[in-house]
Design a protein around this ligand. Structure first.
Ligand code: SAM
Length: 204
């Protein structure tokens, strides 16, 4: 079993990094623009963390459930949803790689900066596809292919980003169609700039 990153240890201070807040805003904006979100839609945010993207999207959706395998991350999301008065957003602790699937079906599934922490992506994307209503949409944001310098600590990092071609092929193999991939923002760390893509697709 490959070693995983301890996201519980990071949860309390996750929101204290301004670049994470800005990144989540950029990603939520790009998702909203790409998918024309609707208040009649139920959504799931996979690997939601403290809900930085989840809560940004909530105002444009009927409901959104953030799913994360870290109980401390989910605790933070639920506390923030309560404090900020989001009655349509909540978090659930589930490890989707272990088959801990939610009961619901969704019109849209989002995910931000999580896929590079997943060793086997195609089975996970297939599981996400099966949680979508027919014709449901997926929106994945993550690092574009990089040289491994993004994470100072490589624990639990299984991919050094993804090329547009690679993420397209993974979505095709997992039963998605109508795939678009574009660069939507970037993360600046020291002297380096790391582009971030948004891939959208329809459950086939
Ligand atoms: C880099 S964080 C991103 C958090 C959030 N999306 C954001 O943009 O701030 C990745 C998250 O994915 C979660 N995660 C990793 N593997 C998971 C799995 N198998 N099932 C559910 N969540 C997972 C981690 O616990 C962590 O909170």
């Amino acid at each position: 079993m490959p070693e995983r990153r301890d996201f519980n240890a990071a949860a309390a201070e996750w929101d204290e990094k301004p670049h994470r807040i800005r990144l989540a805003q950029d990603i939520a904006k790009a998702i909203s623009a790409a998918l024309s979100l609707s208040k009649t839609w139920d959504a799931m945010d996979f690997g939601c963390g403290t809900g930085l993207v989840t809560l940004n999207l909530a105002q444009n959706l009927g409901s959104i459930v953030g799913v994360d395998s870290s109980p401390k991350m989910v605790e933070r999301l639920n506390a923030k949803a309560r404090e900020q008065g989001y009655s349509n957003a909540r978090g659930e602790c589930r490890d989707l790689e272990q088959g801990e699937l939610p009961d619901g079906r969704y019109h849209v599934i989002t995910s931000a900066m999580t896929m590079h922490h997943i060793p086997e992506i195609a089975p996970l994307l297939t599981a996400l596809r099966n949680l979508l209503h027919p014709g449901g949409r997926i929106a994945l944001a993550d690092l574009e292919a990089e040289n491994g310098s993004f994470h100072e600590d490589p624990t639990g990092v299984f991919h050094h980003g993804f090329s547009h071609e690679e993420i397209t092929q993974l979505l095709v193999r997992s039963g998605f169609r109508d795939i678009t991939v574009s660069t939507v923002t970037e993360i600046i760390k020291g002297e380096r700039t790391y582009p971030v893509f948004l891939a959208t697709a329809t459950a086939g």
